[in-house]
Design a protein around this ligand. Structure first.
Ligand code: SAH
Length: 196
């Protein structure tokens, strides 16, 4: 498990925006992730009306799926195109407003109020802006974070969750010497050191 080959690799926000513009979004899936279905009970733990956070959300269809169950979903995504495609592909009316605490950021909210997507970098968020969450769905998020930013990302995530929260994390197991990522290879030992 020599992860040295990926440690220095950086994908810039500009490159992510370009992926969206080019339609180079193989990570996006039209069906609810089978692991979310499998572990839904772990995420919800018998609770209703949870606040669920989607870091680096893209236009993940699971946001609509959980909102339809009565939960309140908050996502963050740097690509405005992704955010707009989410609402239009689900035919959800939304409104758009600036986020006073973050210069240049916008918040897109479904008219029904239960889905709020922040269009900015995740590193601009804090619990004073978005509050705290009962659950997190982290798929294509930690594994998309540049390796050098992982510690900062994990500290922020820990700060954004309530005490009795559930954090579902999907990682990808492969030989990091053969692919440059993302998704990056995040070994289990590193997950333990990041999240304890
Ligand atoms: N979780 C989604 C998308 C995964 S791809 C899914 O399951 O489909 C990673 C996403 O993170 C991309 O849409 C990219 O535009 C976004 N992204 C990358 N860096 C970001 C950052 N610093 N802040 C917010 N979003 C970011």
């Amino acid at each position: 498990s020599d992860v040295g080959s990926q440690e220095e690799r950086v994908v810039t926000e500009e490159e992510w925006l370009q992926k969206w513009e080019m339609g180079n979004i193989g990570f996006h899936k039209e069906q609810v992730h089978p692991l979310l279905q499998k572990y839904l009970d772990v995420l919800l733990n018998g609770r209703n009306g949870l606040r669920i956070f989607f870091p680096l959300c893209g236009k993940a269809v699971e946001m609509k799926w959980l909102a339809d169950m009565g939960h309140s979903v908050v996502g963050v995504e740097v690509s405005e195109q992704a955010v707009k495609e989410f609402f239009s592909e689900h035919s959800l009316p939304y409104c758009e407003e600036p986020v006073p605490e973050i210069s240049g950021a916008k918040m897109f909210q479904s008219t029904s109020g239960n889905i709020s997507l922040y269009c900015c970098s995740i590193y601009d968020l804090s619990s004073s802006i978005v509050g705290k969450f009962h659950g997190v769905w982290d798929r294509g998020a930690l594994v998309a974070v540049n390796p050098r930013d992982r510690q900062r990302y994990a500290s922020l995530m820990i700060n954004l969750v309530e005490k009795n929260s559930s954090y579902l994390l999907v990682t990808v197991s492969y030989d990091p010497n053969k692919h440059k990522g993302p998704p990056f290879y995040v070994p289990e030992s590193e997950i333990k050191s990041l999240f304890g």
